[in-house]
Design a protein around this ligand. Structure first.
Ligand code: SF4
Length: 383
């Protein structure tokens, strides 16, 4: 067993079209794709020592839409990964893909390259919702893509579902969840629709042309989703992520377990226990800097307070919870007062429980995980 797992993330910043809710970094102009792939390859070479070790437990292609890359572009990236890293046997290798790209030939090619997990951006099985979100596929294509991947032997598939789309009700959510479970996938990421300011929906909201789902509905959908999927044998191992036994995403879990990872590509983040860094979120600026041999990243050295706050924030969202023994030690190491009172009040309000010295959120606590975390954050000047 690898006791010090480290991970590689590659950000592929291209999409066929812009979804109306999306504020990730991507471009719909494919003209610069080959140049960018060359820069990704060069950045892998430049950053190969960042993690201190070269043995990778997981490789994750995210975006954007990684399935906009051709098989030969992906192969050339894989070739460089294998040249500079030792990819653990049995490593989890995930590619995010959209249904419209997943032809049988493409899936077959992915499998040959070494991809053993697909994360498919499905979002809804209602065509009206897909049109409203400006997705580039329909429900039938989604179902077909999953079937094809299963037939070809990709046995670890995740799909994304968005709930709380304006005009939807619980019945529509039930249909989406039932359909998702019915496809036989092992992993479902279910997110509420959040409207970000710099998106088409954000502009529509500002102009009064769009109304968000009421907060209470969102809370009901959240609870419904958890109950529905848990009844079907999925565990909510993180607030928005559900898996059948043994199929939790190892890559995503690495973020919540605070394992080190290297992010390659524009807007990609890296973490090595003591600092975080993030690349410029601009394709042209990224390519220019990488071509000159520079890593276009900003770096933040994490103070002990920040490290503790990140631990609280990430762990509280997981079903493993916060290790109270470890947390006490960390608070003590910087002479900060342990938040005993807050934790007691969470328990008496039914937001959390303690089991085997781990603090875990339950019920409504899961819905307000971020707010609760903030209640016990250490402010740097408050000790
Ligand atoms: S496909 Fe994904 S990354 Fe691209 S615009 Fe849509 S949601 Fe955003």
């Amino acid at each position: 067993m690898n006791l010090n797992p480290v991970h590689l993330y590659l950000h592929i910043p291209f999409c066929h079209q812009a979804c109306h809710y999306c504020d990730f970094h991507f471009s719909t102009r494919m003209a610069g794709k080959s140049e960018l792939v060359q820069s990704l390859i060069k950045e892998i070479e430049l950053q190969k020592d960042y993690l201190g070790t070269r043995q990778l437990s997981t490789v994750y292609f995210g975006g954007g839409t990684p399935s906009t890359l051709s098989l030969s572009e992906l192969s050339s990236i894989f070739e460089v990964i294998h040249r500079h890293f030792d990819v653990e046997s049995g490593a989890e290798i995930t590619l995010e893909a959209n249904p419209e790209d997943l032809t049988p030939a493409y899936i077959q090619g992915l499998k040959q390259i070494g991809v053993n997990r697909l994360s498919i951006g499905i979002q809804s099985f209602h065509d009206d919702n897909l049109r409203f979100l400006n997705r580039n596929h329909d429900a039938e294509q989604s179902v077909q893509a999953i079937r094809d991947a299963q037939a070809i032997g990709i046995s670890n598939i995740s799909i994304d579902i968005i709930y709380g789309i304006p005009g939807n009700d619980v019945g529509m959510l039930e249909h989406d969840l039932a359909k998702a479970v019915g496809t036989g996938v092992q992993h479902i990421s279910a997110y509420s629709l959040t409207i970000e300011p710099k998106t088409v929906f954000g502009h529509r909201l500002k102009k009064g042309q769009l109304q968000e789902s009421p907060e209470q509905n969102m809370a009901d959908y959240f609870e419904y989703t958890h109950q529905f999927l848990e009844n079907k044998g999925f565990t909510a191992y993180e607030t928005s992520n559900f898996a059948t036994p043994g199929n939790e995403s190892r890559h995503n879990s690495s973020y919540w377990k605070q394992e080190s990872y290297l992010g390659i590509g524009p807007a990609a983040h890296s973490f090595n226990q003591t600092s975080r860094q993030w690349n410029v979120a601009n394709n042209a600026a990224y390519v220019k800097q990488i071509t000159q041999g520079n890593i276009p990243a900003e770096v933040e050295i994490l103070s002990p307070e920040n490290q503790i706050n990140e631990y609280i924030m990430t762990q509280l969202r997981t079903h493993w919870g916060v290790d109270l023994g470890y947390l006490r030690e960390r608070f003590q190491s910087i002479q900060a007062a342990f938040p005993e009172e807050e934790i007691v009040s969470w328990i008496s309000n039914g937001y959390a429980v303690i089991s085997e010295d781990r603090l875990k959120l339950v019920g409504k606590g899961k819905l307000i995980a971020d707010r609760l975390s903030a209640e016990i954050f250490i402010l740097e000047d408050s000790k």
